[in-house]
Design a protein around this ligand. Structure first.
Ligand SMILES: [Zn+2]
Length: 606
């Protein structure tokens, strides 16, 4: 990523008062030492969004978004870090000096943007007539074509390649963007997309990260997506999210295809996103949860049915996003449905959407005759699998009741079934967690169809709380920082922050936000930094810190035990096994002492 000097970042932060900047977007009222208003990041009627002029941070008690002036602009203007700094610099009249670092990724964004422009011009030109007519026949209006930047890749082997080369882009970069393919001779290149309608895929920061392409002749496959590139990862992208996140609706509707999403937007359903033909991934859910609390899945019957029986759905349940399913009647896709039945019918279907768990229970019944004892047992087994994912007790109990009434099997028996499933799932998850060790990109998930890094969070709640205290209280930082080892923290993000905090303490300095922000490269890391800075110290910060550190210590010991256990199981040398077992015993003793310490603390604090 291009670098902006620390001095510039500092200058930008100091020249843009957060109260002034936020006031451009949110009506703020004074509330004691702070300012309060309606949160721009979630819909609410009573204000829970606070701006603290003294600490120069904002925080929302409703959706827990928070950060400093730069993270605010990143979120509200959908900009990446560099562009947010430029935006604020521009406001304050500061000239930006970018280091002459070659920006590996922004060149790809630039090439994609130029390609999208080229495809769009093609669609409007004479050679795009067939494609244009195709869109017209599917009811797509001109203003929709403009809004989504639809285009056409001409029926030639080098149309785009020539265009981009003339613009001065290097063949290697165009290939890295996934737009051209190396020929069999190993020297020449040709366009990846030919004679197709082009759908630019735009991320939530308004970068064009890839393309979808639909053939308009008989060429297969019908739909072609960008390959995985440095900036495009299919399982972590939602098409049309850049528009849908701004909708006033309190939920999203998720469809499978580009045309579905576009049709819905054109019909005024401006909260539709598309998952590009993949199943719903935890990364999708995480993305949506940033903006809204619920989503309705509107896949066609086959796809919805398939996803209801997929594995790994416990991950969705854990995200606490409210998920419902709308089954489109009789083998239609949402695009066809809304065009034939109209918006009103679609909205009615939306209102009739059922909770995801309920839908999965219905699917678990498919093909089974519940009067037959054998098939009834199969159903209870499947239903227990579904319900093992439900973490909310009230909901769980009402579903158990439902299954009991349906089958005539007593509730305690069903409950026992579910507990067994939960235990075996926990065991699986533990294995995953403990293997993980330190490397965020190297985790062995059982189900490996998703890019690892899209699944693994940056940090967890305990580490965040501990680091927030260490970052925001100089006194406690100075008291504790030297006693903390890096490997106490599980996530590389946290380890890096710890090292930096130690360095700051050594230098006997205060936190320099500009320096800290420029330590990290990824936008999500920079946002996390902002969030940590924005967190208020808890009532009793030292207690929170010590409790958190004890939890981290315990987790670290457990990780050590499971690593040793793996070694014991793999070792054939009895002496080594004995030695490892001895180590395990010692760690267990340490864990035990830790639990005594913890309960003593509980006693002290009442
Ligand atoms: Zn909020």
């Amino acid at each position: 990523m291009a670098k902006i000097s620390q001095d510039t970042i500092r200058n930008v932060i100091e020249s843009n008062d957060i109260v002034d900047i936020v006031s451009n977007y949110v009506q703020l009222k004074r509330a004691g030492k702070e300012y309060r208003g309606l949160c721009p990041f979630h819909s609410e009627k009573t204000p829970s969004f606070y701006v603290d002029g003294e600490r120069q941070v904002y925080y929302c008690f409703g959706c827990h978004s928070g950060g400093n002036v730069i993270s605010f602009i990143m979120n509200i203007e959908s900009l990446n870090f560099i562009d947010a700094v430029k935006f604020l610099a521009n406001k304050a009249g500061i000239a930006i000096k970018e280091d002459q670092v070659n920006d590996q990724r922004s060149i790809l964004y630039e090439i994609n943007r130029e390609a999208a422009r080229f495809y769009y011009e093609n669609l409007k030109s004479k050679r795009g007539v067939i494609a244009y007519n195709y869109l017209k026949n599917r009811g797509i209006e001109d203003k929709t074509i403009v809004k989504f930047g639809l285009g056409y890749s001409q029926k030639a082997w080098d149309g785009l390649l020539n265009h981009l080369s003339k613009k001065g882009y290097k063949v290697q970069d165009i290939e890295r963007a996934g737009l051209i393919i190396k020929g069999k001779d190993g020297a020449s290149y040709y366009d990846r997309y030919r004679n197709r309608i082009m759908f630019p895929i735009i991320d939530s920061r308004n970068n064009i990260i890839g393309f979808g392409a639909r053939s308009i002749d008989e060429t297969m496959p019908k739909y072609l997506n960008s390959p995985e590139t440095e900036i495009f990862n299919k399982s972590s992208v939602l098409y049309a999210l850049n528009f849908a996140k701004k909708s006033r609706s309190n939920h999203f509707i998720i469809v499978e295809g580009y045309m579905d999403a576009i049709s819905l937007h054109q019909a005024g359903i401006d909260y539709a996103v598309a998952s590009l033909g993949t199943a719903l991934t935890p990364k999708h859910v995480e993305l949506m949860k940033r903006y809204k609390n619920s989503v309705i899945i509107a896949y066609d019957a086959d796809a919805a049915g398939k996803m209801a029986t997929d594995r790994g759905l416990d991950l969705l349940e854990k995200t606490h996003l409210d998920i419902k399913v709308l089954e489109i009647p009789s083998g239609k896709d949402p695009d066809e449905f809304i065009r034939s039945a109209g918006v009103q019918a679609f909205k009615e279907a939306e209102n009739a959407a059922v909770p995801f768990v309920q839908y999965r229970l219905k699917k678990a019944q498919d093909g089974l005759n519940l009067d037959n004892p054998e098939e009834k047992a199969i159903f209870v087994n499947r239903a227990s699998d579904v319900l093992a994912d439900v973490t909310d007790e009230v909901r769980l109990n009402s579903y158990i009741k439902y299954v009991s009434e349906l089958t005539g099997i007593e509730e305690p028996i069903i409950k026992a079934h579910i507990i067994k499933k939960v235990k075996s799932k926990n065991q699986q998850n533990k294995n995953i967690e403990y293997i993980s060790g330190n490397n965020r990109h190297n985790i062995n998930y059982e189900n490996n169809d998703v890019d690892d890094k899209t699944r693994v969070p940056l940090i967890d709640e305990t580490e965040r709380k501990v680091l927030a205290v260490l970052t925001n209280s100089r006194e406690l930082r100075e008291k504790y920082i030297y006693s903390l080892e890096e490997d106490l923290f599980k996530y590389p993000f946290s380890q890096k922050l710890l090292v930096w905090l130690r360095d700051v303490t050594l230098r006997n300095e205060n936190i320099d936000v500009a320096e800290l922000m420029s330590k990290y490269e990824e936008d999500e890391e920079i946002e996390e930094v902002g969030k940590i800075l924005s967190m208020q110290l808890p009532q009793e910060p030292e207690n929170t810190l010590i409790e958190g550190l004890l939890t981290l210590k315990r987790e670290k010991l457990k990780r050590a035990i499971s690593e040793l256990t793996v070694n014991i199981n793999q070792s054939k040398d009895i002496n080594i096994i004995k030695k490892l077992q001895q180590e395990v015993m010692e760690i267990k003793k340490e864990l035990f002492n830790l639990s005594i310490k913890k309960s003593e603390r509980r006693g002290q604090n009442g």
